[in-house]
Design a protein around this ligand. Structure first.
Ligand SMILES: [Fe+2]
Ligand SMILES: [Fe+2]
Length: 245
């Protein structure tokens, strides 16, 4: 079986409108904006997946399963609490694909990848142990979808996300963004995501994106003056008149 572009288009239309409708229904603020951001993340995930499939030389059946799973993976982002979104998404994908007449074995594989894409980390267990457990217990095809999702949280996406998620962005200046970005937490978060990658291609891409992130932050420090060496002007009254005449 091979999934056609027309089939993918039908799924994409369904998923996109489902995300939009549920974001609105569940009363999320800026529902339209958020739903579109989620869709962009979905597209990035699908694109990352293609790179992984190439790198891992995946067979046609794995391509079909994972490409569909990548599209569905966050469909229920707005319908339930975050910890349940993967399980609920698997149910929604199953319902849609079954109704559309897809082979039950195929539907089952897609549902598994959607259900397993989001794992809760246990703070009490070392991360490498949890990752080893993941590699030992989860199919490669599902780990490909997981990595594709995770890669969207490292590198350029992470940088843009970190800048945009700062509160009251309209009052922020470049120097505030520079300070926040170089404060440590965005890179720390990217490093954590990188540690969760388990496929060979995912890990390679993660290293590349993380290295870019580090280089970018170093360049921020080179180009942006974050500490003013002069005494601050605290009010407009202190601003010297332009001319003394
Ligand atoms: Fe997710
Ligand atoms: Fe996701």
């Amino acid at each position: 079986m091979s999934i056609s572009d027309a089939q993918l288009q039908k799924m994409a239309t369904y998923i996109r409108s489902y995300i939009l409708r549920t974001a609105e229904m569940h009363g999320h603020r800026n529902a339209f904006f958020r739903a579109n951001a989620r869709w962009t993340h979905t597209l990035n995930t699908a694109q990352n997946l293609k790179l992984i499939l190439e790198g891992e030389n995946a067979p046609a059946d794995v391509r079909d399963v994972t490409e569909v799973a990548a599209l569905f993976h966050d469909i229920d982002h707005y319908t339930v609490q975050h910890e349940y979104h993967a399980a609920r998404g698997a149910e929604t994908a199953t319902r849609f694909l079954t109704k559309e007449g897809y082979d039950p074995a195929f539907v089952k594989r897609v549902a598994k990848c959607v259900r397993e894409h989001d794992r809760d980390l246990d703070d009490n267990i070392p991360i490498d142990k949890q990752v080893a457990e993941l590699v030992a217990t989860l199919d490669l095809e599902c780990r490909m979808v997981m990595d594709a999702d995770t890669l969207d949280k490292i590198g350029v996406s992470n940088i843009l996300q970190a800048v945009m998620s700062m509160s009251s962005a309209d009052k922020r200046q470049v120097v505030d963004a520079a300070r926040e970005l170089t404060s440590g937490w965005p890179l720390q978060r990217a490093k954590l995501w990188k540690a969760l990658l388990t496929t060979e291609t995912g890990k390679r891409l993660g290293e590349e994106r993380f290295a870019f992130y580090e280089t970018f932050l170093k360049q921020v420090e080179v180009e942006i003056v974050m500490h003013d060496p002069y005494t601050e002007v605290t009010s407009m009254q202190e601003v010297a008149p332009l001319s003394s005449t």
